[in-house]
Design a protein around this ligand. Structure first.
Ligand code: NAD
Ligand code: DAU
Length: 350
């Protein structure tokens, strides 16, 4: 079996659902269930004995040791993290604890378990760390996209904490020989994304007739990848990645934020027209994010060349699926946008 951390969050849940739909191998899913983790994301797995859910913290070394000894996974895939840049600006502490200390504890517990395995199992074991393109910092408008060789220049508390975790993973390979793989992916979108992130936030606000907040001038550029494509890339790296290597994952979909928001508005005009007028009327410019990175772009040629992976979805197909998913799952949106979510929106947008 495999051990997945953070498998009740956006990407982790998509990964676990896809994994169990595609093969028989069981999953132990360790998740702390922070505001971002939601068992509703996994409700399709109720009664599925190939999915073992454990609520717990990757920073809890004793729990990790027990879980690893009990289940003896052949791989650990680390999705667990604090993931929202704006939250890291308001309160970096949780980011340091989970992304840095938590990854350290997970590496240490995994190393002890791996070292005690019989030779044959040790050779096949993998620790796959899921990271982000934000560790590379920001790009000038005409600069080439980030390759795996780009230097680390993180600019936010979030990206600095992810960069630190990447370095720990690298060191555990070079020093202790732990068989690690690291992936650095661009912005994901798709089902089950918490509506604090741009795309689900805009869909949710638009449907409620609320302002669609654009930070600064809206010309910041991100590369967007459909979450299902990220999951296939991770599976491919797990199966065939070279130990100690890092792989960039991206969608070849660089776009300014304003264009993303206008695309969503146009899709909603088509699929759920608002009698009050086009959704784009709700676009509202707000104060910029402090230290806002201007542009990210991913050069994903290495994973294509070496492992034969490339995205299946274009932005047009992926964003249409995504908008439809949110329209079909208003109950899910309603569930996750009560209580603590409202406190966050009040704090961030006033
Ligand atoms: P998310 O915030 O939706 O989910 C994170 C999950 O981790 C939640 O279920 C949460 O409960 C869990 N978690 C948090 N702290 C934990 C802890 N201490 N112990 C155990 N579980 C804990 O995040 P996401 O968007 O699904 O991102 C998953 C991973 O992918 C993160 O490592 C993130 O840095 C990385 N990533 C995300 C994107 C993106 O666009 N969302 C892109 C590239 C990389
Ligand atoms: O690049 C990968 C990263 O993508 C991941 O590592 C992070 O976990 C993930 O959260 C995401 O980070 P971003 O900061 O790029 O995503 P977010 O959805 O928060 O913002 C996308 C862009 O939209 C960014 O330029 C900020 C802008 N934005 C965001 C929000 C929430 C707005 O203009 N208005 C908003 O209300």
């Amino acid at each position: 079996m495999i051990l997945v951390t953070g498998g009740a969050g956006f990407i982790g849940a998509n990964f676990v659902l896809d994994w169990l739909a595609g093969c028989d191998e069981p999953v132990v899913n360790l998740d702390k269930l922070t505001y971002a983790g939601n068992l509703h994301n996994l409700s399709a797995l109720q009664g599925n004995d190939r999915h073992v859910f454990v609520q717990g913290d990757i920073g809890d070394g004793d729990l990790l040791t027990r879980l690893l000894a009990q289940h003896r996974p052949r791989a650990v895939i680390n999705f667990a993290a604090e993931s929202h840049v704006d939250r890291s600006i308001h309160g970096p502490e949780d980011f340091v604890q989970t992304n840095m200390v938590g990854t350290y504890r997970l590496l240490e517990a995994t190393r002890a378990c791996w070292a005690a395995l019989p030779e044959a199992d040790r050779a096949g074991f993998r620790f796959l760390h899921v990271s982000t393109d934000e560790v590379y910092g920001t790009l000038a408008p005409a600069a080439p996209a980030f390759t795996e060789a780009h230097r680390y220049e993180p600019n936010s508390p979030y990206s600095a904490s992810k960069a630190a975790s990447d370095h720990l993973v690298r060191a555990w390979h070079h020093t202790y020989g732990l068989p690690v793989l690291t992936t650095n992916c661009s912005n994901n979108y798709g089902p089950y994304q918490f509506p604090e992130k741009l795309i689900p936030l805009v869909i949710n606000n638009a449907l409620q007739g609320k302002p669609l907040p654009i930070y600064g001038d809206g010309q910041q550029v991100r590369d967007w990848l459909y979450v299902g494509d990220h999951c296939t890339a991770i599976r491919r790296v797990l199966d065939a990645g070279q130990l100690g290597e890092t792989y960039n994952i991206g969608g070849w979909n660089e776009m300014p934020n304003l264009r993303i928001v206008n695309t969503i508005c146009a899709l909603l005009d088509e699929l759920r027209p608002d009698p009050a007028g086009p959704y784009a009327r709700l676009i509202t410019y707000v104060k910029d994010r402090p230290g806002h990175d201007r542009r990210y772009a991913i050069d994903a040629r290495k994973i294509e060349r070496e492992l034969g992976w490339k995205p299946a979805e274009t932005f047009e197909t992926g964003i249409r699926k995504t908008v439809r998913w949110y329209l079909d799952h208003l109950d899910w949106v309603h569930n996750v946008t009560s209580g603590a979510y409202r406190d966050w929106v009040g704090k961030q947008y006033g």
